[in-house]
Write a protein that binds this ligand. Structure first.
Ligand code: NDP
Length: 333
């Protein structure tokens, strides 16, 4: 069984030797256990947080442990009445080809729903649900309002923008390449997209948001967040979903320069973590599923093949190489 273990806590950018690739025996099954073969592994910016021991919303991954990750796999052997051979299940067994699991550690992929497996790892999985619940519960979008979304061509941002369009918002995305910006406006229906690497974000935002900004779906933090804050409207809502620009920081990161705008505009900033919403996924899937089926929402996955390439796949999120949801295909479905 090939596995990636966390070897040390990263400093700055993630490096190959922060992990160790090892082979081990898959343990024999005890009563109530099942053996699962991993199909897709999701790499997520939050993996970088789990690698550290900073205060966080879950236990940090221990040094020497299998690296944690959201995975989907197929049951190949079972001594549990609740898990049948052939069942597709998802869980957090992480960066390994095979794992032994118990029913309480995993969820089942609904049977008979005609969507590809990768949809459960993207638009109908944690990142799609982050977009849906973050926007719904904190953003509270109203038709005619303007929303800005950072990391807009990524897994969360690309879905959040399309849902905002369904709600009738003027939707502006910020992303790191012209190709990503073109995808947002030409394929996904964003009203405007800003390349933060080649454009002046302050003036581009002013042009793209002539009526100011009512909602910020914040995935990035840092200078981009600051520009957005400087242009928020009265009673703006800020969905604080992620701060990827600071995850690799080696020094404390200062707060936004335009912090005072939160006071002046009586804005609401709310942190959001999708793990609080696990029990509500069926509700989110019931809403997003039909949008997907009718073509109102499109999704894209960016697949790296082979468990051995997982650290590189994770790093793509930090270099911006990915478009849409970054996955690793560990074995053929
Ligand atoms: P993405 O698919 O959006 O990938 C990350 C993207 O972030 C990259 O493609 C890159 O795009 C952009 N990026 C990376 N570094 C920087 C930087 N320094 N400045 C600006 N942009 C950068 O990942 P996800 O959709 O999975 O996650 C997006 C955000 O949402 C992250 O902050 C993540 O932590 C957060 N998140 C939060 C959840 C929650 O429950 N709160 C759940 C899931 C995700 P580009 O080319 O545009 O730079």
């Amino acid at each position: 069984n090939n596995q990636w273990l966390l070897k040390k806590r990263p400093e700055g950018d993630i490096k190959a030797d922060d992990f160790e690739y090892v082979q081990s025996e898959v343990p024999d099954l005890g009563e109530g256990e099942a053996r699962v073969r991993t199909l897709y592994l999701s790499v997520d910016p939050t993996n970088r947080i789990w690698m550290t021991d900073m205060p966080q919303y879950m236990e940090p991954v221990q040094i020497g442990a299998v690296m944690r990750g959201v995975v989907i796999g197929v049951v190949e052997e079972s001594k549990s009445p609740q898990l049948e051979v052939g069942d597709l299940i998802h869980g957090l067994w992480g960066w390994q080809e095979y794992a032994v699991v118990t029913p309480d550690q995993v969820g089942k992929v609904p049977k008979g729903v005609p969507v590809p497996l990768d949809a459960w790892m993207s638009v109908l999985g944690a990142t799609g649900m982050t977009a849906y619940f973050g926007l719904r519960d904190i953003g509270k979008p109203k038709a005619g309002e303007t929303i800005v979304i950072s990391a807009a061509a990524g897994a969360v941002g690309s879905i959040a923008g399309q849902i905002a369009k369904i709600h009738g918002c003027r939707t502006v995305g910020i992303a790191g390449t012209d190709e990503k910006c073109a995808w947002l406006t030409d394929e996904l229906g964003f009203d405007a997209a800003i390349n933060y690497k080649t454009q002046d974000v302050d003036s581009a935002l002013r042009e793209a948001c002539p009526n100011g900004i009512d909602i910020d779906f914040e995935n990035v933090g840092g200078a981009i967040f600051d520009s957005v804050l400087s242009q928020i409207n009265l009673h703006a809502r800020i969905i604080l979903c992620g701060l990827i620009s600071s995850y690799n920081a080696t020094k404390p990161v200062p707060g936004p320069y335009h912090f005072a705008q939160i006071l002046m505009q009586r804005a609401k900033v709310e942190g959001f973590i999708i793990t609080d919403y696990m029990s509500r996924f069926p509700e989110g899937i019931a809403e997003v599923g039909p949008w997907l089926a009718s073509g109102k929402i499109k999704y894209r996955v960016d697949v790296v093949e082979g468990l051995e390439h997982t650290p590189e796949a994770l790093n793509r999120l930090f270099t911006g190489a990915n478009i849409g949801k970054q996955l690793v295909m560990v074995s053929e479905p």
